[in-house]
Design a protein around this ligand. Structure first.
Ligand code: HEM
Length: 134
């Protein structure tokens, strides 16, 4: 039987932060988890940025109009596309994680993941089209 120390040695890498960048022998679930974490943190960052941007309204019409001009630039629209990707991926993958956590679709979770990703890709393409054409 393994003692506590040797169990921790095998489960917890010696350098946990560096281990994130070691992509050897990563499986689908591990990539899905890493991307979920990245998009989750990105959404938190966006929430704060969003509040900062909304505070521009306090400066009146001129400040807001200047921002709207910037928001319509291609680079900004591209960032909108990245944000939409994060929302769609995190939301859909989160539904899978929630379902599996509750015991639904545990055996089918690989197929569930790819099905949700196909739906997500369709939503993403439609959203990007709207972002760049409206
Ligand atoms: C459709 C809405 C959402 C769903 C279904 C969802 C679902 C989930 C689930 C299931 C987890 C746990 C993942 C795991 O244990 O592997 C999670 C983590 C997280 N979510 Fe969401 N989420 C949603 C929206 C958001 C939003 C709007 C934000 C940010 C403002 C956010 C930020 C986070 C963060 C920071 C984590 C922790 C990531 C980690 O430490 O791995 N989520 N989410």
């Amino acid at each position: 039987m393994q003692d506590v120390q040797s169990t921790q040695d095998t489960v917890r890498p010696k350098r946990p932060l560096l281990a994130w960048f070691d992509v050897r022998s990563r499986k689908l679930g591990s990539w899905a988890f890493a991307l979920n974490r990245l998009t989750g943190l990105g959404l938190v960052l966006y929430l704060f940025l969003h509040l900062v941007i909304l505070s521009l309204l306090l400066r009146g019409e001129a400040g807001w109009d200047a921002f709207i001009k910037l928001a319509r630039s291609p680079l900004f629209l591209l960032m909108d596309a990245v944000l939409i990707f994060g929302i769609i991926y995190h939301g859909l993958n989160g539904i899978r994680v929630g379902m599996v956590g509750l015991g639904y679709g545990v055996r089918a979770q690989r197929g569930l993941f790819w099905t949700l990703m196909v739906i997500g890709a369709a939503l993403l393409v439609a959203s990007i089209w709207l972002v760049f054409t409206i």
